[in-house]
Structure formats: C-alpha cells, structure tokens
Ligand binder design. Structure first.
Ligand code: ADP
Ligand code: MG
Length: 287
C-alpha cells in the first residue's frame, strides 16, 4: 500500500499552488541535484518593454510597424505580445497569405505580397540578409526586421528579473542543488542575468534543439536527478527529457502542461525550492 505521507505531500503542495502529477515525483524531488531554468518568462517577467524602434533608410516607419504587428499577431511568444502592445494597432490578419513560426529564431510571413521576417540574428543569417554588424554591440535584445530580403530595421526590447529570484536561487544552493540557465536569447544578456542572480552556469544563443543537447549533457554530468523549469513556451522537448519537468505561470501551451510533471500555478520561482522542501518533509513522514 502507498504510505499516507505521499498523499499528504501532494495535498500540501496543491494547497500551495503546486500541482504534482502523482506521488512518484515526491521521491524524485528529494533526489534533485541540478535545476535547469529557462530564462524568458521563468527567471524574468517576460513582459518585454520596447526601448527603441529603428527603421532603416528607404523604409516607411508606419508601414513597417503595421507589417511587424500583423506578423507578430501570429505568435504567442512573450516578445510578440510586447511588440503588439507597443504598436497598438489592430492587425488586419486578412492581409497574411503565409505565416511560419521558425522555432528559436522568429516568424516569417507574406503580407500584401511582401516577404517579412521578424526575429533574431539567427533568422536574418538563415536568409542571408546583410545588416550593419555594429548593431550587434547594442546591449538589449533586438528584434530584427527584413522586408523582401532587405534589412528594414529593429525593435530594441528589454525584460526585467522577477522579484526575489536571487533569493530563490540561493535557497536551492543552500539545499545543495546546482543551477543552470538555458536560453534562446543573446548570450551576453543570459550571462549577465546569471551573474546578477547567482546562477552557477549559463548558456545563451541556443536553438530549441541545442537546449535538448545541453540538457542531455547536464543529465550525464549530474549525480542525481535533474529538474527543468520553464514558462511553458517552446519548452516541451526539454521538459520531456528532464527527470522532473516543472511548468510555471499556468499559461503554457497544452503540450507543455501535458508533458510537465509538476505545474506551478503562479509565476513565483520560490515555488521551486518550496516543492523540494515539501518532498523532503513528506519523506520524513513516510519513513
Ligand atoms: P527563450 O525562451 O529561451 O528566449 P525561445 O526559443 O522562446 O527561447 O526564443 C528564442 C529567440 O527567438 C528569442 O529570444 C527571439 O530572439 C526569437 N523569437 C522567437 N519568437 C519570436 C517572435 N515571435 N518574434 C520575435 N523574435 C522571436
Ligand atoms: Mg521561453
């Protein structure tokens, strides 16, 4: 029979907004030695704020922003939400004749006969679009725009750390657990975030498939269980690979909710060390 403590642990977690899909994961929580985090929307708020808009010579600003707005209306990425909020125009989606999500890179669309690309440097490089290399020096994240294979400008955006995230990372370290961040965002920004909140190791500029490769390496290097914590956007493959996949924010895609083992209903990183402590407390009742 199943010891009563397990039900107590799952119940205690659920009363704290942590949904555990079965008491098996309480055992795993206790054995976690490494927690791997996604950055955007997990360690940071995911509410990007537009800092600057630059339109390249020869392009009309209103037209470019209209096309970017329409393109981003096809995406639920936190970056897309921020850009739509800033532009504040009603996108006429009937103008789209083609739309493609390019994971870890951005979006491609055909609008009014024009080929529009909205995304990061990897996306522009993929389509061999040339741009002024000096813009790589800009500290913020850039959302680059191309129209008919010509660089048309960029939108500079910045995100903010969640409150208390440094303290929550410190709690994991106090429990003897290592921490990592894996992100598709610019490596310089990822390193800076990691340094600011005391995360042990950080890897940026990763495509979704690179995150999977890194996750496999981390699992090999870790004696004990590895958890992955993500906000649910695009994280399903890494969550599936981890020993315990934790989705937070409750806003993730259905695919993520399905593969996640634990769902944190709010967006508080403090729930990660709390879940582990609940696991440990439960084990003491069981044995
Ligand atoms: P992460 O959550 O770690 O930032 P993602 O795979 O979700 O990783 O995204 C990686 C990168 O791809 C983003 O940082 C951004 O540069 C680009 N990107 C993805 N989707 C969009 C989008 N809808 N609009 C603009 N850029 C995007
Ligand atoms: Mg993400």
């Amino acid at each position: 029979s199943i010891p009563l403590g397990y039900f107590g642990g799952v119940g205690l977690a659920s009363r704290n907004g942590i949904l555990i899909k079965g008491s098996y994961f309480l055992d795993i929580l206790v054995k976690i030695r490494q927690v791997v985090f996604d950055k955007t929307g997990t360690l940071t708020q995911g509410n990007f704020i537009v800092q600057n808009i630059y339109v390249a010579n020869g392009f009309e600003k209103d037209k470019i922003l209209d096309w970017v707005n329409i393109t981003e209306s096809g995406s639920t990425h936190p970056i897309a939400n921020a850009i739509r909020e800033q532009i504040q125009m009603k996108p006429d989606v009937s103008k789209i004749s083609y739309l493609e999500d390019i994971p870890g890179k951005g979006i491609k669309a055909k609008i009014e006969g024009n080929e529009i690309l909205v995304g990061n440097f990897k996306l522009l490089d993929l389509y061999h679009i040339s741009y002024d290399e000096n813009i790589k020096q800009i500290v913020n994240t850039l959302v680059l725009i191309s129209v008919n294979n010509k660089f048309a400008g960029y939108i500079e955006i910045a995100d903010q750390l969640k409150p208390d995230v440094k303290k929550d990372i410190g709690q994991l370290h106090a429990l003897g657990i290592g921490t990592t961040v894996l992100s598709g965002d610019k490596n310089t920004i990822v390193q800076e975030v990691a340094k600011e909140i005391g995360i042990d190791q950080a890897f940026g500029d990763l495509l979704p498939e690179d995150k999977v490769i890194k996750m496999k390496e981390i699992k090999k290097q870790t004696e004990g269980m590895v958890a992955f914590v993500g906000d649910g956007f695009n994280d399903a493959p890494v969550i599936a690979l981890s020993d315990v996949g934790i989705a937070m924010g409750g806003l993730g895609s259905d695919a993520t909710i399905e593969v996640a083992d634990i769902i944190i209903q709010d967006d508080k990183t403090a729930k990660v060390p709390l879940a582990i402590r609940i696991g440990k407390a439960t084990k003491k009742i069981v044995w």
